[in-house]
Design a protein around this ligand. Sequence first.
Ligand SMILES: [Fe+2]
Ligand SMILES: [Fe+2]
Length: 168
Amino acid sequence: MISDELLEKLNEQMNFEFYSAQSYLALAAYCASESWDGFSNWFIRQAEEETEHGMKIFRFINAVGKRAIITGMESPNNEIRSVLGAFEAAYAHEQEVTRRIYAISDIALADHEHATYQFLKWFIDEQVEEESTVDSIVQRLRRIGNDGNALFILDAELGKRGTTAAAL
Ligand SMILES: [Fe+2]
Ligand SMILES: [Fe+2]
């Protein structure tokens, strides 16, 4: 049985995943405005994934016989001024998501809500992947520095990221 507190946290996380999608779209918009179409593509794919994460929670809340509550959200950061800054913001964001997933998991465990914990386990694993992927891009960008050619190559590489069922 899901407690009111746990349901509230699941709802909050669902909305935060949708907010994550908004945040990534804002980063995609910055990159697109600077004609970094590959980086922009990567962030658009990431936004798609985040929407799917939110929908996973939406479906779970329905599956346990509760009602998902959609809330408004604050504006994402539209002030990013560099590609490195965009990926650094993404990394910080993913760390915040992980912190939130852990906090909800703590409540599920304390409540002995095994079904919800089992559900959250997917997100725990996903966050390891998310942090590692974004961290690796940040590290490569730092190494690249002002080397335009290397940046061009990385942009082309990230431009290849497509939407796959596995990515969702
Ligand atoms: Fe997510
Ligand atoms: Fe994410």
